[in-house]
Write a new protein. Structure first.
Length: 300
């Protein structure tokens, strides 16, 4: 009986230690969510600046005449943001299902896949899509910028091989609480109706005295290409930060479930421990009583 009690005591100690680990992971996930969400908010002003610069270039290009018509894209490449680590529920699987369905619904062929995260790379391989080129998931905010730079280089190399191809971006975006949803966007070519709307975007303060609309100095095409690169940088950076926030939200939810399961297990172990202790005490009392009765006069 004492051996069983000792074994239960060791299980209770290990469970309590595991509970402490889970609490630490919960705190880390919660703080990480806030950091990544703030990084997305911090990009809003930069995105607004890039958007205004794009509107100037597009407006000036429109005055030079209509752009040359291009053939409808029949090929594409895609970027999928996943995770390197586990304990995130169905974070990767949800995005993989959404991305695969979206790509399958498009005409033509998917030629290239870039994944961010080893677990996403494995899912893409299992889905029968082209063998992906994988990038490691950044572990800090400072690691996002180098990753975006590498992704942009990969996109530029792909466009040199397939100038009329499309580029799609897929990632999970956080919602309220510990919820997220998969989202997708076509990065390139830029949407025609969006370009027209952007070209008509009013310039801030243009009606003030002495204010004039800005103009592009030098070739418009070169300036437009540089600003589009900045625009892509913002979108990919935001996608990475939102994916990381969603990953930590999913991990936080998983840790909350694990914490509840551990609490339930600890309650069961505690009840069993107390029951065994009581049975051990009762057995000792019975032995004492039996011994007393055997030694007392007339006990035989």
């Amino acid at each position: 009986m004492s051996g069983a009690t000792e074994a239960l005591g060791r299980q209770m100690a290990a469970t309590q230690e595991l509970s402490g680990v889970v609490r630490s992971m919960k705190a880390l996930a919660a703080s990480s969510i806030t950091q990544y969400e703030r990084s997305v908010e911090a990009l809003n002003d930069y995105y607004r600046t890039v958007e205004l610069a794009l509107s100037v270039c597009l407006r000036q290009r429109a005055t030079a005449g209509p752009a040359a018509a291009t053939a409808a894209p029949t090929t594409r490449a895609a970027i999928l943001f996943g995770s390197d680590q586990g304990l995130v529920g169905r974070f990767n699987e949800v995005l993989m299902d959404y991305s695969a369905q979206t790509l399958a619904s498009l005409p033509g062929k998917t030629l290239k896949i870039w994944t961010v995260g080893e677990r996403m790379r494995a899912l893409v391989t299992d889905a029968g899509l082209p063998e992906p080129i994988n990038f490691a998931v950044p572990i800090t905010i400072d690691g996002i910028t180098p990753l975006v730079g590498m992704v942009l280089i990969a996109i530029e190399a792909q466009l040199k091989q397939d100038r009329n191809g499309e580029i799609y971006l897929f990632h999970n975006a956080p919602l309220a609480g510990s919820i997220y949803q998969p989202v997708g966007k076509r990065l390139l070519p830029l949407d025609e109706s969006w370009q027209r709307d952007l070209a008509r975007l009013p310039w801030p303060g243009k009606d003030l005295p002495g204010k004039a609309l800005p103009e592009v100095i030098g070739p418009t095409a070169a300036a437009l290409a540089a600003i589009i690169r900045g625009y892509l940088f913002v979108l990919i950076f935001q996608a990475c930060a939102q994916s990381l926030a969603s990953e930590n939200a999913s991990r936080l939810a998983a840790m909350q479930r694990a914490e509840q399961n551990i609490a339930d297990l600890l309650d069961d172990l505690t009840r069993n421990y107390h029951r065994l202790r009581q049975e051990s005490i009762d057995e000792e009392l019975r032995e004492v009583i039996s011994g007393y009765e055997a030694l007392s006069p007339g006990g035989e």
